[in-house]
Write a protein that binds this ligand. Structure first.
Ligand code: IMP
Length: 184
């Protein structure tokens, strides 16, 4: 079985990726090493830099996932600052910022970065479009899942199997898997 080290301290991301790649006979191992997060407007350079940094540090091939929620009425906020904003203000205050907004459209984006020591990192992007709900709903998932609606239900109202069918992470991991398969 092909094994890949996924560097993340976010267990939600890890469990989803483990199940998505596990179905493709890839075993994921979690490493919570951490890496410097660049301050950039796009997630791609953040994931690319992070993957390269840990691959060279540990001298093994690694995968990282940099993701975020982009709300159109807020000009893409919190975007690359999603982790910081979630920790500082959380879902309830995001909903308050959205109180008078008619445009509820938003998207989640996940960028998978993969790097083998001595090589450049490669990145794979997945996006899922949805709507910001008017209240938090559901108890599944993690992070912004209770306020992100896809086809009428929030990601937190879905089982993990269902979220994994539609999510940004699934879409990015599919591209990563296609690329990995073409390398073997
Ligand atoms: P980072 O990728 O570690 O910089 O953080 C991404 C931020 O977006 C964290 O606050 C996550 O909780 C949040 N996030 C990423 N993916 C998801 C998801 O699938 N559902 C809900 N929140 C997510």
């Amino acid at each position: 079985m092909h094994k890949i080290v996924f560097v993340t301290s976010n267990n939600g991301k890890f469990n989803e990726a483990r199940s998505i790649l596990g179905a493709k006979k890839i075993e994921l191992l979690q490493n919570t090493e951490g890496y410097p997060e660049l301050q950039e407007d796009d997630l791609e350079p953040i994931a690319s830099f992070g993957a390269k940094w840990v691959a060279e540090k540990l001298q093994i091939p690694v995968m990282v996932d940099d993701s975020g929620l982009f709300i159109n009425a807020l000009n893409g906020f919190p975007g690359p600052y999603s982790a910081f904003v979630e920790n500082k203000i959380g879902n309830k205050k995001i909903l308050r910022l959205m109180e008078d907004e008619e445009d509820r459209t938003a998207y989640f984006k996940s960028v998978i970065g993969y790097c083998e020591p001595g090589n450049d990192a490669v990145v794979f992007t997945g996006i899922v479009k949805g709507l910001i709900s008017f209240e938090e709903r559901g108890s599944g998932g993690f992070g912004y899942d209770p306020i992100f609606e896809y086809n009428g239900r929030t990601f937190a109202e879905m089982s993990s199997e269902e979220k994994n069918k539609y999510s940004h992470r699934k879409r990015a991991l599919e591209k990563f898997f296609e690329w990995l398969s073409s390398q073997r």
